[in-house]
Design a protein around this ligand. Structure first.
Ligand code: SF4
Length: 217
């Protein structure tokens, strides 16, 4: 691995150790239930972390298994998860996923990415997050934070999240694939912000190429 990438990763790990964990990571550490991690990851799509956290907590006080979720029904799930983005669609997807888990997988979460991605509303990002956080399988969950920060730092040079995943797999050691999402999401929420990153306070300022960054504090 390139020496600069080692330096960047070490600095990132040290910096984010002081920051709050992203909600889905925190949940995976608290609750060893892949089903809850899947549902929380689904809710987190296009939704701020605090909103996802509150919605998940409301929902999980009422249902923590696919069977219980089916008993809640569409209207109650939609009310509990509001105002996460696309809450109508997500409530429907939660029900359809729960039904399929009960019918075909004895209520358990499958460990194959392609199977997970065949579930309604589950894309590569959500599938990789669940595989990594719940089963410890090597998968890089590339969301907008991971894509943006890796490119700003100059670790990769890509235009879309799918290419980012491919390129990161080449340069990041396998044992860090799961952790990469946690540290970059934390960092992206608090320091390397999407619009105006806090470069003047950033521990990576000296090694960062700041690619594409025009406006910063
Ligand atoms: S120096 Fe700026 S652009 Fe680079 S990682 Fe830090 S906050 Fe992000």
């Amino acid at each position: 691995m390139e020496k600069r990438i080692v330096t960047v990763l070490n600095l990132l790990k040290r910096e984010t150790a002081k920051l709050p964990l992203p909600w889905v990571t925190e949940l995976a550490k608290q609750e060893k239930k892949p089903y809850l991690v899947l549902i929380a990851a689904l809710l987190s799509v296009r939704t701020k972390d605090n909103t996802t956290k509150r919605a998940s907590q409301r929902l999980f006080t009422r249902a923590t298994t696919p069977q219980e979720m089916l008993e809640l029904g569409y209207r109650t799930i939609a009310q509990l998860i509001y105002p996460v983005g696309f809450y109508h669609q997500k409530a429907e997807n939660i029900l359809r996923i729960s039904q399929r888990l009960c019918n075909m997988y004895k209520g358990r979460i499958p460990r194959q990415r392609d199977v997970l991605m065949s579930f309604p509303g589950v894309g590569r990002k959500v599938a990789n997050l669940v595989l990594g956080l719940s089963f410890g399988l090597p998968a890089i969950c590339v969301d907008t934070h991971v894509h943006r920060i890796s490119n700003r730092l100059g670790i990769i040079n890509t235009k879309d999240v799918y290419s980012s995943e491919r390129e990161l797999e080449k340069v990041i050691p396998r044992h860090l694939w799961v952790e990469l999402n946690t540290i970059m999401v934390s960092f992206g929420q608090h320091v390397c912000l999407p619009r105006r990153p806090l470069c003047s306070q950033c521990c990576l300022s000296r090694v960062c190429l700041k690619k594409g960054v025009e406006n910063f504090h």
